[in-house]
Design a protein around this ligand. Sequence first.
Ligand code: AP5
Length: 210
Amino acid sequence: MRIILLGAPGSGKGTQAERLAEITGMTHISSGDIFRQAEKEGSELGKLAKSYMEKGLLVPDEVVTKMVLDRIAGNERGFILDGFPRTIEQAESLDKALREDDIDKAVYIKVSQDELLRRLSGRWICRQCEKPYHLTTSPPKVAGRCDVCGGQLYQRPDDTTETAEKRLKVYFEQTAPLVDYYRKKGRLLEMDGERQIEEVSKDLLSKLRW
Ligand code: AP5
């Protein structure tokens, strides 16, 4: 299967992608995680991505598209795209690269704006494996430590209120049109993302008929 997770920052794409990958064995490809890893390594890609991410802006299409398409090439386990595509141009490049092996579903996780800001401001992430936690809705078992790998938890610099608001604005201007793009292709699957994490993932698995 080839799945895209669509939704605003904080809608739960990363959370659901990780659970889906664990259950199905599909490869989870997160453009944001790849950029954060590159930044940690101090590579040129990381430095470039940081200059956009810290302002809440999108990294240029040509940089992201090549990076993600390289990861998809030769994938045989199926994949879950989390954070890509994010513009119509990226979606068209993906279509071109996949040719007749089109994606199966573009899952749109819908969450209200107030809830998005609440989630972003309470989010903590594992420095090692990038697993997301939330101070109130999904806290780690041991404060400040990842349940899975024991890594240290940190708050993303782009989760400050000012940058998160900018990211939401960019999302509604540049990414939200993708919902219609995939609806017209007959691939859209809409999900109410304002339910418990477990409930969303059970519903998602059942709608994907897994
Ligand atoms: P990226 O890392 O992709 O960030 P994002 O899309 O802004 O999404 P988030 O990671 O903020 O949220 P999410 O939907 O994954 O939510 P999560 O599961 O963590 O991108 C970062 C930056 O990289 C971009 O701004 C851009 O600069 C650049 N970039 C990346 N891809 C790009 C591209 N294709 N083109 C150009 N630039 C690109 O959940 C959020 C919180 O809520 C967590 O604390 C979680 O525990 C909690 N939560 C999740 N689900 C629920 C639930 N059901 N109920 C209650 N709490 C929940």
